[in-house]
Design a protein around this ligand. Structure first.
Ligand code: ADP
Ligand code: MG
Length: 334
């Protein structure tokens, strides 16, 4: 595990990103040699995704360079808003194939860090590189073809239908050969998020969970190499939480770079390759879930006694608040 200030840099290790990896349609060409296979979803029988095949392609490289596409390199970033320091000397890296979870208590700076990576929040010092290039060298359009963002608060002011919202994810590709993939990308995203029965519903009429899935579908339809998801599971029941993380994991396994803010440490332990633990705007730990999820450290950061257990069957870490044993109530057992 790397604690604050010890974060080492590693090579981008990105595959050649100058060409789309999982091309669909004539415009994208034939990439039969792609090493990534489609993830199997049948084994777990998720409610998301009956027929969609997550093998369709991303667009061409959206940004200024071809090396390290999909890589994220945050180096010594500090952010001050209205005179208050929000992020302090934050460094982290993510690369294709990785699912990186950002965790930490409320107000730790997770959302701010995500918007910094997205290029939507200016930094006071430090650098952020996407695909090896400083964010400043990217145009808005180029960035929109490289990374998609699911914000913590998504509001749809106008009564767009679910389909219309998901179609908005295709906007960056207007006027490119990848416009030909619009219909397939939208259908795939709707399928993956189990929204086919709601396509004509107006978004304001949806439940919180349905709205969250529509927002995720828009991000998936954008078909970018980098997915930045801020608490995508917040409004979802436990089954849909699993499905969202399974989709995110599948995208990473196909070679995308996925950065996801999570409150549920158990989900992070189960699905993330790497975890970055933030506290008061600083990275206090960065490593694999096993490295970062140390009971003493978590208890200190969350200011609550927590215990880390190992699932007896699958070995996944379970992070729980320490609770005293509670017997049956006296009313039930007089
Ligand atoms: P998290 O997502 O970890 O809960 P945030 O990144 O949303 O944390 O916020 C980190 C801190 O920065 C909080 O104390 C929050 O109040 C503050 N903050 C975030 N955005 C602003 C802003 N626009 N103006 C002032 N303070 C902000
Ligand atoms: Mg937040």
């Amino acid at each position: 595990m790397r604690r604050a200030g010890l974060f080492g840099r590693r090579g981008a290790g990105a595959p050649d990103a100058g060409t789309p990896r999982r091309a669909s349609g004539a415009a994208a060409g034939d990439l039969a040699g792609d090493a990534h296979g489609a993830p199997s979803r049948a084994a777990h029988g998720p409610r998301f995704g009956g027929t969609a095949d997550i093998t369709s392609g991303k667009g061409p490289r959206g940004g200024p360079g071809s090396q390290g596409a999909g890589s994220i390199d945050v180096d010594g970033v500090s952010v001050t808003i209205d005179g208050t320091g929000i992020l302090h000397d934050v460094s982290l890296q993510a690369h294709p194939g990785m699912l990186l979870a950002l965790v930490g208590p409320n107000g730790a700076g997770k959302s701010t860090l995500l918007t910094v990576i997205a290029g939507d929040q200016a930094v006071d010092s430090g650098t952020v590189r996407v695909a090896g290039h400083p964010l400043a060298s990217w145009s808005i359009k180029q960035l929109a073809r490289e990374r998609s963002v699911l914000l913590q608060q998504t509001s749809v002011a106008f009564p767009f239908t679910v389909t219309q919202v998901v179609e908005m994810g295709r906007a960056p590709w207007i006027g490119t050969p990848f416009e030909a993939d619009d219909e397939a990308a939208v259908a795939e995203a709707l399928d993956l998020t189990d929204l086919h029965s709601l396509t004509e519903r107006h978004v304001p009429s949806l439940s919180g969970g349905e709205r969250a899935r529509a927002a995720l579908a828009r991000v998936l339809a954008q078909r970018t190499r980098i997915l930045l998801l801020d608490e995508p599971t917040a409004a979802l029941d436990i089954g849909h939480q699993e499905d969202v993380l399974r989709i995110a994991r599948a995208q990473a396994d196909l070679g995308d770079t996925v950065v996801v803010v999570l409150h549920d440490l158990g989900l992070a332990a189960a699905f993330a390759d790497r975890v970055c633990l933030l506290e008061n705007g600083r990275v206090v730990a960065d490593g694999t879930p096993t490295e970062v999820f140390d009971a003493e450290l978590l208890s200190a950061v969350y200011r609550h006694p927590l215990e880390v257990l190992t699932h007896p069957v699958n070995g996944t870490l379970l992070i729980l608040p320490v609770r005293s044993a509670r017997g049956p109530s006296s009313e039930e057992n007089p």
